[in-house]
Design a protein around this ligand. Structure first.
Ligand code: NZQ
Ligand code: ZN
Length: 392
C-alpha cells in the first residue's frame, strides 16, 4: 500500500427529512447570504426548494435563488452565478440537486474568488486558491460530488467538458435524504448506479500490490449496488434500497475506497468526451465505455480481472484458462448494465462512429500518461471501436 493522506472534511447529514435542517447548517458554517442553486425543475416541482427556503428563513438567513442547471452543467450559467454572487454579496452556495448542480455550485464558489475567467481553473491555466463555502442537498445518488474535491463543467463553445480538483471546494456539509431520490426516473437511477460502480472500478484496477483493505471496501460497494440498484429501478419508493445506494455513491467517490493505491480514470476521461459532445447522461456514457475499456486492458493483469469476476460477479474460476474467467466477469458487468436499462453500444447511446477520431484527439491531450494502462491516441480509438459495436 502507498502512503496517503485522507481528507474528507464534509459533514454528512443522512436520513429522512434532514433537509429541514439546512438553515441551521448554513448558519453553523457562517452563512449570512446564501445562493440557492438548483436544476431544471425537479426540485421545484417536488416542493423541495420551498422547504429549503423556509428552513433558511427560519434560521434568519437571507437568500437568492438561481435555477436552470442542466445535466452536464454549462459555463454560461456559472458566469451568471458568479456575477449574481458578486452583485449581491453572497457568501455561501447551497446546491440543491445532483452532481450537475453541485459541480456548478463549486464552479461559482471558486469563480467568485478568482480574479479572472473561471474557466482558467478548469482548463489547467490556474489552480483554485480560494472558494466560497458550499453546502449540498442531494437529490440523486450518482456522481459523488457531495463528498468529492472535484467539479466538471462543459464549455458551450466547442462543447469541451473539463474538470478541476481542490480540497477547497469539498462541501462543508451534504444532506443525504434517500426519500428525495424516490422521484428519480428508472433511467436516472440506473445512470447513477453505473457511475457509482465506475467510480469504484477506476480505483479497483490498480498497479499497487497488497491493497486488501481497499479491494474489499471496493467490492462491498459494488456488491451493494448490484443488489440494490435493480430493486430501486423496480420499486422507486423503496427507502432501504435508496438509502443503501445513496451512501454507496458517497463512499464510492470521497476516496475512502481508493486511498493508498494508484488509480485509473481513463474511462472517465473518455466518457467526458462523449457527454461533452452528445450531451448524454454521464452514467449512460460510462455504461458504454467502461466494459469496452476493460476488454481492451484486461490482459495487463488477468488475475485482477479474475478477482473481480469471482468476488463481485460470482463467476467460477477457470484455473486452466484464467482469461476466460476475466472475460466472463466483464460480460457479467455489461449484462448487469443492460438489465438495469443502460445502453451498451454507440447506437443505443446515440453516439456516432465517425466521431471516434475527434473524441480520441480530445481525450488524448489529457490522459495518455497515467492509469492502470497508459493509453495512446490509437488505444483510445480502439476502445471506442469496441464500445461502438458492443453486444451482450
Ligand atoms: O434538473 P432537474 O430537473 O433536477 O433533473 C435532473 C437531471 O435531469 C434529474 N434529477 C435529479 N434529482 C432528481 C431528478 N429527477 C427527479 N427526481 C430527483 N430527485 O436527474 C437528471 C440528472 O441530474 P445530474 O445532476 O446531471 O446527475 P448526476 O448526479 O449524475 O451528475 C452528473 C454530472 O456530474 C459529473 C458528470 O460528469 C455530470 O456532469 N460528475 C461529477 C463528479 C464530481 N464532481 O466529483 C464525478 C463524476 O465522475 C462525474 O463526472
Ligand atoms: Zn463518474
Amino acid at each position: 500500500m502507498d502512503n496517503f493522506n485522507f481528507y474528507s472534511p464534509t459533514e454528512f447529514v443522512f436520513g429522512r427529512d434532514r433537509e429541514d435542517e439546512c438553515g441551521e447548517l448554513c448558519k453553523k458554517y457562517g452563512a449570512k447570504k446564501v445562493l440557492v442553486h438548483y436544476g431544471g425543475g425537479s426540485a421545484v416541482k417536488s416542493g423541495l426548494i420551498a422547504r429549503i427556503t423556509a428552513s433558511l428563513d427560519k434560521a434568519g438567513i437571507e437568500h437568492t435563488e438561481l435555477g436552470g442547471v442542466k445535466p452536464n452543467p454549462r459555463d454560461t450559467l456559472v458566469y451568471e452565478g458568479i456575477e449574481l454572487c458578486r452583485k449581491q454579496d453572497i457568501d455561501f452556495i447551497l446546491a440543491v440537486g445532483g452532481g450537475s448542480v453541485a459541480d456548478s455550485s463549486k464552479a461559482i464558489a471558486s469563480g467568485v474568488c478568482y480574479d479572472g475567467d473561471f474557466w482558467d481553473l478548469y482548463c489547467g491555466k490556474a489552480q483554485i486558491q480560494k472558494a466560497l463555502p458550499v453546502g449540498v442537498v442531494l437529490t440523486i445518488a450518482a456522481a459523488g460530488s457531495e463528498g468529492s474535491s472535484s467539479s466538471v463543467i462543459t464549455k458551450e463553445e466547442g462543447r469541451l467538458k473539463r474538470g478541476t480538483h481542490s480540497d477547497l471546494i469539498r462541501p462543508k456539509f451534504s444532506i443525504l435524504d434517500p426519500q428525495l431520490t424516490c422521484t428519480l426516473p428508472a433511467y436516472q437511477t440506473a445512470c447513477g448506479a453505473t457511475d457509482i460502480m465506475a467510480h469504484v472500478f477506476e480505483r479497483y484496477f490498480t498497479n499497487t500490490p497488497e491493497v486488501e483493505i481497499t479491494d474489499r471496501l471496493c467490492e462491498a460497494v459494488l456488491l451493494t449496488v448490484i443488489k440494490e440498484a435493480p430493486r430501486a429501478v423496480k420499486e422507486p419508493d423503496n427507502y432501504d434500497a435508496r438509502a443503501n445506494i445513496m451512501w454507496a455513491a458517497t463512499v464510492a467517490h470521497n476516496d475512502i475506497v481508493g486511498v493508498g493505491r494508484s488509480q485509473d480514470w481513463n474511462s472517465h476521461g473518455i466518457e467526458h468526451e462523449l457527454s461533452g459532445l452528445y450531451d448524454v447522461a454521464h452514467g449512460a456514457g460510462l455504461a458504454v465505455v467502461m466494459p469496452a475499456w476493460m476488454e481492451f486492458v484486461y490482459k495487463h493483469d488477468v488475475m485482477r480481472f479474475c478477482q473481480m469476476a469471482t468476488r463481485v460477479f460470482g463467476c467460477e474460476m477457470n484455473f486452466g484458462d484464467p482469461e476466460k474467467t476475466a472475460l466472463e466477469g466483464i460480460r457479467c458487468f455489461r449484462r448487469f448494465l443492460h438489465e438495469i436499462g443502460m445502453p451498451i453500444n454507440f447506437e443505443e447511446l446515440g453516439a456516432k462512429r465517425e466521431d471516434i477520431p475527434t473524441l480520441a484527439n480530445n481525450m488524448a491531450i489529457k490522459y495518455t500518461t497515467r492509469g492502470f494502462v497508459k493509453l495512446s491516441r490509437d488505444d483510445v480509438c480502439s476502445i471506442l471501436e469496441i464500445a461502438a459495436d458492443a453486444k451482450l
